[in-house]
Write a protein that binds this ligand. Sequence first.
Ligand SMILES: NC(=O)c1ccc[n+]([C@@H]2O[C@H](COP(=O)([O-])OP(=O)(O)OC[C@H]3O[C@@H](n4cnc5c(N)ncnc54)[C@H](O)[C@@H]3O)[C@@H](O)[C@H]2O)c1
Length: 367
Amino acid sequence: MSAPLSLLLEAPDVRAVLSHLGRDRFIDLLTARLTETLRTFAPEQVQIPPRAGVQYANPSFGLLEWMPAYVGAGETLVKVVGYHPTNPEVRGVPTVISTMCLYDATGGHLIGIVDGTLLTALRTGAASAVATRILASPHSRVLGVIGCGAQAVTQIHALSRVLPLERIVAYDVRPDAARSLAARVSFVGVPVEVVGPEKLGDLVAGADVLCTCTSSAPGAGPVFPDGPTRPHLHVNAIGSDLPGKFEVPVELLRRGLVCPDFREQAVLEGECQQLTAEDIGPDLAALVQQGHTFEAARERITVFDSTGWALEDYVATRMMLECARELGRGRRVAVECLPPDPKDPYSLLESAESAAGSYLSAGRVRV
Ligand SMILES: NC(=O)c1ccc[n+]([C@@H]2O[C@H](COP(=O)([O-])OP(=O)(O)OC[C@H]3O[C@@H](n4cnc5c(N)ncnc54)[C@H](O)[C@@H]3O)[C@@H](O)[C@H]2O)c1
C-alpha cells in the first residue's frame, strides 16, 4: 500500500498555472465559476461559519484567522489568513498572507495545499466583478480607488473585465503607494491619475464606481467624508473586515442599497456593522439568483460590502488545483501518518505500509 498523498502546489506551480492561462483568462474563469456557484448556492447544503481568529499587538498589530467551508460536495476548505498591515514596509511581504487546505469530508484526508495569498487577491477581485456586473451602471467609465495596495491591483483588473473603464483616479495615505499603482496596473491599459487628500471629495464625486481597499485601522474610518456623488455610484467596500473597521460614511450607506457578501459575517466585521437589520439589502447569492429584480438598482447608489467569504476561497482553490492537475503541476506529498492498524498509532513504526492505499482506493478522493 502507498503512503497517503496530498497535492502540494508550490509557488512555481501557481506561477506556471497563471502564466499558462494568462491573468485575464484566469480572472474571467474565476468570475464565471463564482457566478455559477452562487447561482446554485443553497445555504441549507453548506456550513460556512463567520471566520474566527487570534489578534495580537506584540511585536506589532496583526491577526491570524481561519475560514472553514463545508461545501456539501464532500469537501471542506480551511483557509488560514494572516493580516499584518506593517508587512510591506517593515518586512517587504504582503499585508495579507494565506494558505488554503482542502479536505475530503468523507474521511478527513488532506486533498491539497495551495497558496492563498494570490488566490485571496484574485477571488476578492472576482467577487467585486460579480457584484459590480449586477449593481453598477454598465456604462461606468470612471473608477475611483481609495487604498492603493495589493487588493487594489486585482480590484482594478477584475472591474476592467466587466466595465468599459476609461479613467482611474486613485488616492492613498501613503503617496508612494499611490504613485506606484499606475505601473502595477499598466497591463490593464487604463490611465491612472493620482490625487492628494485635498481632492478626495472630487475623486468620490466623479466616480461611477468606487473601490475602497484600505488597511485603515479599526476606529479610524470612514476613509472619505460624506458628500456629493453620482446618482448611480456603485461602491465595492472591501477593506472593512474587522470589528470597528469601516471605510464608507454611514450617511452614504443609508442612501444606498447595501449588499453584503456574507451577511452573518458582514454584521460583525463589515460596513453592515453600521446598519440595522432592516437597512441591509440582499446578499451576493441573492443578487446572482434574482439579478433581474435588481436592475433598477443600477440607477441608484449601491454598496457591495465585501468582508471575504470562504465559499469564494473554495471556488478559487478548486479551480487552481484542477488547472494544476491538467498541467501536470504540483507534487504529491505524504503528510498524514495513517498506520496499518487504525486503532494503534504506533503500528506505523512496525511497517512502512499504511492504511492510506485502501482509504484512497475507496474512490471518494479526487485532486
Ligand atoms: N473583502 C475581502 O475579501 C478582502 C480580501 C483581502 C483583503 N481585504 C482587506 O483589504 C484591505 C487592503 O488589503 P491589501 O492587501 O491591499 O493591503 P495593503 O497593505 O497592500 O494596502 C492597503 C493600502 O491602504 C492604504 N491606506 C490605509 N489607510 C488608508 C486611508 N485611510 N485612506 C487611503 N489609503 C489608506 C495603505 O497605505 C496601503 O497602501 C485590508 O484591510 C484587508 O484586510 C479584504
